[in-house]
Design a protein around this ligand. Structure first.
Ligand SMILES: Cc1ncc(COP(=O)(O)O)c(C=O)c1O
Length: 391
């Protein structure tokens, strides 16, 4: 028989990180172990207190059956408690919070709730693929908003044509931003909220990196308004819990209620012992501060290495990334390949792979992204090799 793949699947490009993985595999075949700053997946262990809570949860819940689709009441109460403590937000655990299997699946599936074929979503470019892929699978269209250094990597909402705005149901924002590391301002959030209100557009804020900051803790958009707003949070980067798959969606109860209708059709919720681990993680800020300190040390080492070879200082205020400008005369890919040469063997992601060409501009071009995830010794070794680069 002939196997016919759906148009939706045929239309999607390759996942950028799959390409990075292929290059790494080629180097490994040659016996070279590259230092990998490619994917934002922390190499360090999940803190003990979280692993222990998970182990205890497994025992405590010997025969707990399927988990709740929306998260245990205990988990949702803890999220409400933490949100008030961290952001000063009041959330009702019954109607304004639901658990997610990490933010990726939630972001991908969310548009099913609101997008009809032909509707539009607005998403940032460069950006996390799930923002637009979810809309694509819901048979909607995505209008990409370029993030440019001259605008502090904030999108220009006024540039969106009015015939597009009329069809938009959803706007994805993400600050602190992957990959540009930019932070939002309160003023920008106010502009976004006004834009949403005027045009009847749901504001979906991917806040996966709010806990990864070096100095000033960033704001949650929910602090300013709940009406028409939903936030996606995750413990992956806050607590080195990428493997656990746990996060939550929170905000306007009408949005959360509608999404609650979708999720049970797709998955069966976050394992309850993982929620136990998440509760322990939310109860503790010490490990988060420790991780912050570790990232700061790595950030300083890498920023120092790049500036030592004459590249601009791109010191980030937060996230787990560095969005490094490449030298004049190099493309993003040239620079990533230069760093992959055998003597350096450092894996980065070309910025141009993380974004698409829109209106003749690929806003990721001219940058590489480094995820500060390798262990400190490897980061030091990478810095030594970077300092030997002849650019
Ligand atoms: C901007 C952004 N959103 C969402 C995610 C998904 O994270 P998770 O599914 O682990 O919560 C990532 C992961 O790297 C990300 O960078």
């Amino acid at each position: 028989m002939e196997i016919i793949i759906s148009d939706r699947v045929n239309a999607i490009g390759r996942y950028a990180f799959a390409d990075v993985d292929n290059i790494v595999m080629e180097l490994k075949k040659e016996g070279i172990e590259p230092i990998d700053f490619g994917v934002g997946d922390p190499a360090l262990p999940t803190p003990d207190l979280i692993r222990n809570a998970c182990k205890e949860g497994i025992e405590k819940r010997k025969s707990s059956g399927y988990p709740s689709y929306i998260g245990d009441a205990e988990f949702r109460k803890k999220v409400a408690w933490w949100s008030r403590k961290r952001f000063g937000i009041d959330l009702n655990p019954e109607s304004e919070i639901m658990s997610t299997i990490g933010s990726k699946e939630a972001i991908f599936n969310f548009p099913e709730t609101f997008i009809n074929p032909g509707d539009y979503t607005l998403a940032l470019n460069p950006g996390y693929p799930a923002w637009s892929r979810g809309t694509h699978f819901a048979e909607g269209k995505t209008y990409l908003l370029n993030l440019l250094p001259e605008n502090n990597y904030l999108p220009d909402l006024k540039s969106i044509p009015s015939d597009v705005v009329r069809k938009v149901k959803l706007l994805w924002i993400n600050y602190p931003n992957n990959p540009t590391t930019a932070f939002s301002t309160q003023l920008f959030y106010e502009e976004v909220l006004e834009f949403g209100e005027q045009n009847n557009i749901i504001i979906a804020s991917d806040e996966s990196y709010t806990e990864n900051y070096y100095d000033e803790p960033p704001l949650s958009i929910l602090r300013l308004k709940k009406n028409g707003v939903v936030v996606f949070q995750s413990l992956s980067k806050r607590s080195n819990m990428t493997c656990y798959r746990v996060g939550w969606a929170a905000g306007d109860s009408r949005i959360i209620n509608a999404y609650k209708k979708v999720k049970p059709n797709i998955d069966s919720g976050t394992a309850t012992f993982i929620q136990d681990a998440a509760i322990a993680a939310l109860d503790d800020e010490k490990h988060v501060e420790k991780l912050r300190d570790d990232y700061r040390i790595k950030r300083d080492i890498i920023v120092d290495a790049f500036t030592a070879v004459g590249l601009p200082n791109c010191e980030p205020k937060g996230t787990i990334y560095i969005w490094q400008r490449v030298p004049k005369g190099y493309s993003s890919l040239d620079m990533a390949k230069k760093l992959l040469e055998k003597d350096t063997a450092v894996v980065t992601t070309p910025g141009s792979w993380l974004s698409q060409e829109v209106q003749g501009i690929n806003p990721g071009e001219g940058f590489i992204r480094l995820a500060l995830v390798p262990a400190l010794e490897k980061v030091k070794e990478a810095a030594k090799r970077i300092k030997n680069l002849k650019l």
